[in-house]
Design a protein around this ligand. Structure first.
Ligand SMILES: *Cc1c(COP(=O)(O)O)cnc(C)c1O
Length: 361
C-alpha cells in the first residue's frame, strides 16, 4: 500500500492512522442525498454521542478544527456582548484571535505558557463582567497542559446566559471528557489528533442552549450556521457535501473505540503519559507543563539537556519516526512527544529507547 518509506507520525497531528482505517476510505462513493448516507450518518451520530458522553447531538462537519472555532465564535457571541477567552498557549491564543477577526468583543485571561487556568481565575472574572461565552482549550497542544475543565465548568454553570465552549481537539478520545455530566455547552474536536483519523473532519457536541443562542445572533454566515446544520442533522444529513470517505473511516474507527471502550482508551493514554513524563524527568530533561496538569495525550519535554532538536529529529527519522521540534515561541526550548490516538505503550517504549540512543544513555 502507498509509498514504501513511511515514517510513523509521533508529531501532535496529524497522528499515525492505522492501515485498516485508511482502507475504510476506499469504500465505493455514495451520494449524500441517499438512504445509505442517512444510515451512515445515523450510525455515526449514535456512536459519537456515546464518545462525547452526551444525549444531545454531535455535529459532523467537513473542515478542520479551526473551522469549528469560527463556528463557535460566530454562533455563540451576540452583538454588543463579550466572550471570555482563557489563553495559555498557541492554540488558545489563535481561538481568541479568531473571535476578534469575526468582529466579536473579547476579554482574555492570560496565564504563562505551561500553566493551567484555575477555576478561581474564571470565578473572579465572572463576578466582574457578564459574558455570552467562556472559551477554553481542554488540552493545550503547544504546552502539554490539560486544563481542569470539570472544575471550570462548575464555576461557569450557575451563570445562565454564559455558554461554556471547549476546544478538545487534542483531548477528545485521549483525555477524560464528559460533556453532559460536566455541563459543557459545546465540545469541539477534529479528526486528526487523538481521534486518529486523517485530517478533514470536525466534530462538535452541541447543547440546546447553544442552538437557542445561535438563533439570537445575526450574521452567522452559512457554512458554519449552527441552525442550518441542526436542521440537516435532524434528517441525518449535512447542508453541504460532506467528506463521505472520511465518514466511512470514522464509522470504522468508532467501532474500534467502542470495542476498546472510551474509559480504557483514557487509561491507555494515562499510562503513556506516565511512561513519557517519567522518562523526561529521569533523563533530566524535565516536563514543561506545571505538575498536576500534565496532558494524557502529549508531553511537552523541556529541553533541559539542551539537545539539538534538529539532530534529534534527523536521528529518529533514520529509525522511521517523524518527531516534533516544539511549537510557537517555545520551539527548540521544548520538543513534544505525542502519545495519542491508537499508539500503544509498546511503540512508545521503542520511541523512548530511540531517544535514549540519541542522547547516549
Ligand atoms: C490542532 C489544534 C487545533 C486546530 O485544529 P485544526 O484541525 O488543525 O484546524 C485547535 N486546537 C487545538 C488544541 C489543537 O491541537
Amino acid at each position: 500500500m502507498a509509498s514504501a518509506n513511511h515514517k510513523r507520525l509521533v508529531i501532535p497531528g496529524p497522528v499515525e492512522v492505522r492501515p485498516e482505517i485508511l482502507q475504510a476510505q476506499t469504500e465505493w462513493m455514495i451520494g449524500h442525498r441517499t438512504k445509505a448516507f442517512e444510515e451512515l450518518f445515523a450510525r455515526l451520530q449514535d456512536k459519537l454521542r456515546r464518545a462525547f458522553f452526551t444525549q444531545s447531538r454531535v455535529f459532523v462537519h467537513g473542515s478542520s478544527g479551526t473551522g469549528m472555532w469560527e463556528g463557535a465564535s460566530r454562533n455563540c457571541i451576540r452583538d454588543g456582548k463579550k466572550a471570555l477567552h482563557l489563553v495559555g498557549g498557541s492554540f488558545s491564543e489563535r481561538w481568541a484571535e479568531i473571535s476578534q477577526l469575526n468582529g466579536k468583543q473579547i476579554d482574555v485571561i492570560n496565564v504563562e505558557w505551561g500553566q493551567p487556568h484555575r477555576p478561581e481565575m474564571v470565578a473572579e472574572a465572572l463576578k466582574k463582567e457578564t459574558y455570552d461565552a467562556v472559551c477554553v482549550v481542554h488540552n493545550e497542544t503547544s504546552t502539554g497542559v490539560t486544563n481542569p475543565i470539570k472544575d471550570i465548568a462548575a464555576v461557569v454553570r450557575p451563570y445562565e446566559d454564559t455558554l461554556l465552549l471547549v476546544d478538545s481537539v487534542s483531548g477528545f478520545l485521549g483525555a477524560e471528557l464528559r460533556v453532559d455530566e460536566w455541563g459543557l455547552d459545546m465540545a469541539l474536536t477534529s479528526s486528526q489528533k487523538a481521534f486518529a483519523l486523517p485530517p478533514g473532519l470536525a466534530f462538535a457536541a452541541i447543547s440546546d442552549r447553544v442552538l437557542e443562542r445561535a438563533k439570537q445572533v445575526s450574521n452567522r454566515g452559512y457554512y458554519f450556521d449552527f441552525v442550518e446544520i441542526e436542521a440537516s442533522l435532524k434528517k441525518n444529513n449535512t447542508p453541504a457535501t460532506p467528506p463521505v470517505s472520511l465518514m466511512f473511516a470514522a464509522d470504522k474507527q468508532l467501532d474500534d473505540v467502542m470495542a476498546e471502550t472510551v474509559e480504557k482508551r483514557w487509561a491507555r493514554h494515562l499510562q503513556m503519559r506516565e511512561m513519557t513524563t517519567t522518562w523526561a524527568e529521569a533523563r533530566e530533561f524535565g516536563v514543561f507543563a506545571a505538575k498536576g496538569y500534565w496532558s494524557p495525550t502529549i508531553t511537552c519535554v523541556a529541553n533541559g539537556r539542551n539537545i539539538n532538536v534538529d539532530d534529534m529529529a534527523k536521528f529518529m527519522g533514520g529509525k522511521g519516526f517523524s518527531m516534533d521540534k516544539g511549537y510557537g515561541k517555545i520551539k527548540g526550548k521544548t520538543f513534544r512527544i505525542a502519545h495519542m490516538g491508537d499508539m500503544q505503550p509498546t511503540e512508545l517504549e521503542t520511541i523512548l529507547a530511540g531517544l535514549d540512543e540519541f542522547i547516549g544513555q
